[in-house]
Design a protein. Structure first.
Length: 261
């Protein structure tokens, strides 16, 4: 008979080989997605369904589209980058793009509390003395930059900025301030209104904005190209497009023919 210690060592060796064999497929089925926070909710829903069907793990690195861009451009070991315009063009110009999908669109809207007690219905109301307005900080926010640009085009920038009492980097901060009464109105992306259904409502205030696409980009430097491409095909499905539509990422008729710069 073989000594018990020898048998134990043999079993340990077999177990080690088994674990090593399992580790490789697990790594191959792990997808890293660098995702702009503005697109996080529908993307996480899509990823959850993808994981179940494809026996894969999707790991998210969340941040502003502009914050994540440097990671993409310096060959960060990511597989997919989810952003909004104008960042897709920068990735393409750098030769980092393999393929891409457009599942939704962003557009600035103005939100107020339910039933609109301040009667904010048009641009003249936004510049009414005493109105407390919140916007995204134009230095960091594409939405804020576009909104202020539209006010400038209308010759209302100076009057509008007198009413701006909050400039934030996050849309949630602006929406919450309207809900609790710190603001009378706020300019945010279109996806915010559905998130605060029953608390906020979208006004009829619109603008001549350029189109802002949401883009799911397959990164050329991915170490898992097959899984990356499978995920992009998943994002092209009708169910994935519907997830973005349900969260309010609908195309603006005013922006439909004007590409973002």
């Amino acid at each position: 008979m073989r000594p018990r210690s020898t048998i134990s060592l043999s079993l340990a060796a077999v177990l080690a080989l088994f674990i090593a064999g399992c580790a490789k497929p697990a790594a191959e089925n792990r997808l890293r997605v660098l995702c702009g926070t503005s697109m996080a909710k529908p993307m996480q829903k899509i990823a959850k369904e993808f994981e179940k069907t494809n026996a894969a793990t999707v790991e998210f690195d969340l941040g502003g589209s502009e914050t994540l861009l440097p990671k993409v451009l310096v060959s960060d070991p990511g597989d997919v980058y989810v952003c909004h315009d104008p960042f897709e063009a920068k990735v393409r110009a750098a030769g980092k793009l393999s393929s891409s999908v457009v599942p939704g669109w962003l557009c600035p809207i103005v939100v107020v509390v339910l039933d609109n007690p301040k009667k904010v219905r048009d641009w003249d109301d936004l510049v009414r003395p005493g109105l407390r307005l919140g916007i995204g900080d134009p230095r960091y926010s594409t939405c804020g930059e576009m909104f202020v640009g539209e006010a400038r085009r209308r010759g209302l920038e100076e009057k509008l900025m007198r009413n701006v009492v909050m400039q934030a980097r996050g849309h949630g901060e602006l929406a919450t301030a309207v809900v609790v009464g710190s603001l009378d109105a706020a300019a945010v992306w279109n996806f915010v209104a559905p998130e605060y259904q029953g608390k906020l409502e979208k006004t009829a205030i619109a603008g001549d904005y350029p189109e802002v696409r949401v883009t799911v980009i397959g990164l050329a430097g991915s170490t898992r190209p097959a899984l990356r491409d499978r995920f992009l095909e998943w994002c092209r499905r009708g169910e994935s497009l519907a997830a973005f539509a349900e969260h309010g990422y609908n195309r603006s008729s005013a922006a439909a023919t004007k590409p973002a710069k």
